[in-house]
Design a protein around this ligand. Structure first.
Ligand code: XUL
Ligand code: CO
Length: 437
């Protein structure tokens, strides 16, 4: 096959200070950090939907992307050719993983049977390309939000027929994810929410979502798929309110319906900010419940109120995220999936490389910064000291549940006023972190 990127060869690490645009300045895949290679820590993944299906359209204008390998059809043969282009791209970039929706990789047919047949035909090529390159599938998912049949939602639709179709679609998507050795399977409920409560039975819809996920868990066991199930929170867009609105809402939902042991979270930065949180907040919430599975790495724009899905270039963000990942002991089945697209003005194929190189260097730098902060130890020491009143005396007794209000009243009467508060030192800590940037 003719090369799709004739002017690009394998992107190499050229070191800090390099002026080569198509080279890594920080991502050195073999470099050891805390005893593991950068490649093992970061587990970078390319998203099929933005990188190979994104037209770079926005709500005011049509797509601008120039993709010379496209023949203008949405045929199975074009999908197979595109799969080969995708693997050439990932091979040159040096990313070990990719992620897809069923309808990104293969076209939707006139009926379910035809769609499944098209998917099988492309999966054959994906499998052959995975074998050829060693690149693996991080996770698969089903697109349950683009087709008009899902206008009211999929598993939370008011129409039971839509639930049925969605179940059949997820069944097939899980099967192909399993066949391709996917390490996870993601549920992102793009339309699992509402536009107005006047037409919505919220309780019934949430019950249906839970029933759907229980069926998925059952089917996973049935086919012997061992990958991690992940829920991806997002508060809104396209719906006004999505039921999986943030990490805390997802965890509450999973606990309420007895699903928590089967799921972890796939957290995305721009979804966190849309929810009015930081990514750091979302990660802390998930880690506290041992439920952080994977991340969709991107960032938003502080002046735009929607999901801009930009490549993450904020070093501060990269450091915060990697501190969280190191703290939880690293990814197991998850990874750093670039759910990001180049800007509409960055229309040339080479911009796809620039976007990913920027993201990979930002996260590699974030990893090095996070490891340096941990090695330094002052941040951790401060945190430990800040809570030291809980390590002995009355604090320890409370944590061990050895005392109740009666004993605490006796203690308070003896103790007198609370006098031992110490400064939170926020500004000192923020400056301390800056020492490492
Ligand atoms: C949409 C989004 C999705 C999920 C997968 O905002 O993030 O692409 O990652 O369905
Ligand atoms: Co995402």
């Amino acid at each position: 096959m003719a090369t799709a990127f004739p002017k690009v060869s394998r992107i190499q690490y050229d070191g800090v200070g390099s002026k080569k645009p198509l080279a890594f300045k920080h991502y050195n895949e073999a470099e050891l950090v805390e005893g593991k290679t950068m490649k093992e820590h970061l587990r970078f993944s390319v998203t099929y939907w933005h990188t190979f299906r994104g037209q770079l359209a926005d709500m005011f204008g049509m797509g601008t992307a120039v993709r010379p390998w496209e023949d203008g059809t949405n045929s199975v043969s074009m999908a197979q050719k595109r799969a080969r282009v995708a693997f050439e791209f990932m091979e040159k970039l040096g990313t070990p993983y990719y992620a897809f929706h069923d309808r990104d990789v293969a076209p939707e047919g006139r009926n379910l049977k035809e769609s499944n047949r098209a998917l099988d035909a492309v999966v054959k090529v994906l499998k052959e390309q995975q074998k050829r390159t060693g690149i693996k599938l991080l996770w698969g998912t089903a697109c349950l939000f683009a087709h008009p049949r899902y206008m009211h939602g999929a598993s939370t639709s008011c129409n039971a027929d839509a639930f049925v179709y969605a179940a059949a679609q997820v069944k097939k998507a899980m099967e192909v994810t399993h066949e391709l050795g996917g390490e996870g399977y993601v549920f992102w409920g793009g339309r699992e929410g509402y536009s107005t409560l006047w037409n919505t039975n919220l309780k019934r819809e949430m019950d249906h979502l839970a029933a759907f996920l229980h069926m998925a868990v059952d089917y996973k066991k049935k086919i012997g798929f061992k990958g991690q199930f992940l829920i991806e929170p997002k508060p809104k867009e396209p719906t006004k309110h999505q039921y999986d609105s943030d990490a805390a809402a997802c965890l509450n939902f999973l606990r309420e319906y007895g699903l928590l042991e089967h799921f972890k979270l796939n957290l995305e930065t721009n979804h966190a900010t849309l929810a009015g949180h930081t990514m750091q907040h979302e990660m802390e919430v998930a880690i506290a419940s041992n439920a952080l599975g994977s991340i969709d790495a991107n960032m938003g724009d502080t002046l735009l109120g929607w999901d801009t899905d930009q490549f993450p270039t904020d070093i501060y963000l990269g450091a915060q995220v990697m501190l969280g990942i190191l703290k939880m002991g690293g990814f197991t089945t998850g990874g750093t999936n670039f759910d990001a697209k180049v800007r509409r003005e960055s229309f040339e194929p080479v911009d796809l490389f620039h976007g990913h190189i920027a993201g990979m260097d930002t996260f590699a730098r974030g990893l090095k910064i996070a490891a340096a902060i941990r090695k330094d130890g002052r941040l951790e020491e401060f945190l430990k000291e800040r809570y030291s009143s809980w390590d002995s005396g009355i604090g320890e007794k409370i944590e061990k549940r050895k005392v109740g209000f009666k004993e605490l009243e006796e203690h308070a009467l003896k103790m007198g006023e609370v006098r031992t508060n110490r400064s939170g030192r926020q500004e000192w800590l923020e400056n301390l972190v800056n020492e490492f940037l």
